[in-house]
Design a protein around this ligand. Structure first.
Ligand SMILES: NC(=O)c1ccc[n+]([C@@H]2O[C@H](COP(=O)([O-])OP(=O)(O)OC[C@H]3O[C@@H](n4cnc5c(N)ncnc54)[C@H](OP(=O)(O)O)[C@@H]3O)[C@@H](O)[C@H]2O)c1
Length: 222
């Protein structure tokens, strides 16, 4: 399966592209926004890359870039860099990518959202309000899109080694005190599992934090 990774140069995106490249089941397409990034993916990692800024491209251009892909993973983000980029990347960039999938008949879409996105009370009075408005709205659009979606809602992302373990879904709220921490390596590994298991994960919204259960167990709880 050819899988486009939007935000491939990001910290989750890079781990995911390399995992998909190693797997016999997938062929990643790294969607990046800088020629040096494209060179790095193609020359150093042997991963095909598309130079497509989601912010600057039209739906038709994004659709062209995604031609030949059967699934898309959204793991891009403005990184909280001001309200305008939250609008143009986290919100409209995600919406344009959803529209591009509809236009190009790519039915599978895995969205990296954020923990508690649908619970306004959890974030309305925090510094993350604008970011969360964008994430919540993009999730909402995806649920209404007719695509075969999975929305992953990780907590705070860490860059230490993966643990291979996640929190049981019915115990996740108890992780609030550590900001629902999850290592990026674990998130990337779970994205790969989601792509491998559409029959379990399609049309689902899944909160994620590290915990004590192996990932196969979590899949069975969905
Ligand atoms: N940080 C957290 O604690 C947290 C928590 C929950 C969810 N999330 C979500 O998790 C996802 C992955 O996070 P991360 O830590 O991997 O983020 P990251 O390292 O900041 O990577 C985000 C990537 O998005 C790319 N990007 C930005 N604008 C773009 C555009 N116009 N066109 C194409 N690509 C663009 C960036 O490109 P450049 O490399 O060129 O800058 C970067 O590679 C994001 O969706 C984020 O919102 C984060």
């Amino acid at each position: 399966m050819r899988v486009a990774v939007i935000g491939a140069n990001g910290r989750v995106g890079q781990i995911l592209c390399q995992l998909l490249k190693k797997s016999a089941k997938f062929e990643p397409l790294a969607v990046v926004r800088d020629q040096n990034q494209k060179n790095y993916f193609e020359q150093d990692l042997g991963i095909e890359a598309s130079l497509t800024s989601i912010e600057e491209s039209s739906v038709a251009e994004i659709s062209d870039a995604l031609k030949g892909c059967e699934a898309v993973v959204w793991t891009a983000g403005a990184g909280g860099k001001g309200i305008e980029r939250i609008f143009t990347v986290d919100l409209d960039g995600a919406m344009k990518t959803i529209e591009a999938c509809q236009k190009g008949q790519i039915s599978r879409f895995v969205m990296v959202s954020a923990i508690n996105a649908e619970k306004r009370d959890a974030w309305w009075s925090t510094a993350l309000r604008n970011y969360y408005i964008a994430k919540r709205t993009a999730d909402f659009a995806l649920r209404c899109s007719g695509l075969e979606y999975t929305i992953l809602q990780p907590g705070s992302l860490g860059s230490e080694s993966g643990t291979g373990k996640l929190c049981q879904l019915d115990q996740i709220q108890s992780k609030k005190s550590d900001f629902y921490l999850i290592q990026r390596e674990d998130l990337a590994q779970f994205i790969q599992l989601v792509l491998e298991n559409p029959e379990i994960t399609a049309q689902k919204t899944i909160p994620l934090a590290n915990g004590d259960s192996n990932m196969q167990e979590i899949l069975q709880q969905i």
